[in-house]
Write a protein that binds this ligand. Structure first.
Ligand code: HEM
Length: 458
């Protein structure tokens, strides 16, 4: 069963404590499977025209309230700090945003470890010079629903002035929701207390809503810092957008080079990720893939790493184990629940095949718009990039980096705990190359109207 349907089935209105009617649907609503969609990047040339567009778009943004209704497409709007400035927000509001967000992603390259082939100077034009002001994203169940939503949004854009379309990018995946490496993704998501959906088996406890929704109490018992005034900050969230070009051919070559025969190669690929291609976790199916398990939201998260302390089933260095250690004892202690993220990755390009080799990489665009949402997304990504992705100390792995999304300026290693001795394989390269990104603020529906009407002028 598709994840979205599964969440809908688990939704109970009597459990809702959040102001769902004011929160953008995209924050709490999972991608449909299959999904199609589009990202549009806009630049605001003139404040009044830009605000007029925000006011018009606000009418087409569904709220998170509509779980059970007939919603076939949902549009979300997020704005960068440069965008808020271009829209003419008052200085007091602009200054109330946290420093990393104010500086923008490119200026945070040091903290994000975006060096070498991932450095901002190499990024695509749309992400240069703080050009990206407004990001409009539409997710839809099918092409017809997408076209209808795109027509509405583009109609508003045509009717407005003072806003330039910097670029658009279509994305999508079949019902198996597979990314450019042929792995199902978007499986594991945190559950937000008060959103009305109870955690699936193994999904962990529901997390305090303030981890994701501004103005609500976070895991510390207090709300995290919120932009001012409350009309602007409350019920909003922050978004990290990072566009990656994927190199599935180089990944295939790496796997072929270090394992013999299809079964062993598939196992190594699963060890790099932590799940088999179907989404079945190694810890629930250690020897072979299990399509039914991978597709079953009731079972595909029902595990942790407590029985696998030594990493004999799922290596500590696997992408998924690094980014959600699920009870692994860490050398550098941290509360895992403070680094959970709502992921909305969107895949683009042709489907993965096992025949791809490194010489195919770059021939056609293939990759992922890695998008995640959290009330402190800018801090979380800087922590994840520094500690869990581009270092290995927290797991006693020295300098070993994430094999899927780490930056490998020199060929890296991947350690597989085995008995009697662990195996260390060389030649991990940057399988996902960063092509751009930005920190964005996803306002509530109230805030979109407030911006649209220049509410601060009242
Ligand atoms: C851009 C290339 C990336 C690829 C190909 C990729 C692939 C995957 C796959 C296949 C999974 C397992 C399925 C799932 O749980 O959804 C996964 C899980 C995950 N990934 Fe990535 N990922 C990428 C980037 C990132 C980045 C940049 C981050 C964080 C900054 C990240 C964080 C996570 C997290 C938190 C999980 C879920 C772990 C869990 O809760 O068990 N991924 N990823």
């Amino acid at each position: 069963m598709a994840l979205l349907q599964h969440l809908k089935d688990r939704f109970r209105r009597e459990r809702v404590t959040l102001q769902l009617g004011d929160i953008q649907a995209l924050i709490l609503r999972s991608r449909p499977e299959p999904y199609v969609g589009i990202h549009a990047m806009l630049h605001v040339d003139e404040a009044e025209g830009g605000r007029d567009l925000i006011a018009r778009l606000a009418k087409h943004i569904p709220s998170a309230d509509d779980w059970t209704g007939d919603l076939h497409a949902w549009t979300g709007v997020a704005i960068s700090h440069a965008g808020l400035q271009a829209l003419g927000l008052p200085d007091s509001a602009l200054a109330s945003f946290p420093l990393p967000f104010r500086e923008g992603m490119a200026a945070r390259a040091e903290q994000l470890r975006d060096f070498g082939e991932n450095a901002p100077e190499t990024w695509e034009d749309a992400y240069q010079g703080k050009r990206l002001h407004i990001a409009l994203t539409i997710y839809a169940e099918d092409k017809a629903a997408l076209d209808e939503a795109v027509d509405k949004a583009m109609g508003e854009l045509r009717a407005s002035r003072g806003v330039t379309l910097v670029g658009t990018h279509e994305f999508g995946a079949d019902e198996d929701a597979k990314n450019p490496f042929g792995f199902r993704d978007g499986i594991s998501q945190p559950v937000v207390q008060g959103a009305g959906v109870e955690p699936p088996p193994g999904g962990g406890r529901a997390l305090a809503p303030g981890e994701f929704i501004l103005g609500e109490n976070s895991e510390s018992g207090q709300p995290v810092a919120m932009p001012e005034p409350p009309e602007l900050g409350r019920n909003g969230s922050f978004v990290v957008l990072r566009k990656y070009d994927s190199r599935p051919g180089a990944f295939n070559d790496f796997v072929r080079q270090h394992a013999d025969g299809e079964q062993e190669q598939e196992k190594l690929a699963a060890q790099l990720v932590g799940r088999w291609r179907s989404g079945a976790p190694l810890n629930l199916s250690p020897e072979r893939d299990d399509e039914a398990l991978g597709a079953d939201p009731q079972r595909n998260n029902d595990f942790d790493f407590k029985g696998d302390e030594r990493g004999l089933v799922c290596p500590h260095a696997a992408h998924m184990r690094r980014l959600n250690p699920r009870g692994t004892s860490l050398t550098i202690l941290t509360d895992e629940n403070l680094h959970r993220i709502i992921r909305r990755p969107s895949t683009f390009g042709p489907k993965w095949t096992p025949e791809l080799t490194a010489s195919d990489d770059g021939r056609e665009p293939r990759g992922i718009y890695f998008i995640f949402i959290s009330a402190r997304a800018y801090d979380t990504i800087e922590f994840l990039q520094q500690e869990w992705i581009n270092r290995g100390n927290f797991l006693d792995l020295g300098k070993e980096r994430d094999p899927v999304v780490g930056l490998h300026e020199e060929p890296g290693t991947f350690t597989i705990p085995e008995q009697p001795v662990r195996r260390r394989i060389d030649g991990v390269s940057t399988f996902n190359r960063l092509r751009g990104g930005e920190y964005l603020f996803m306002p509530s529906l109230t805030a979109l109207r407030w911006i649209g009407e220049a509410g601060w002028k009242d």
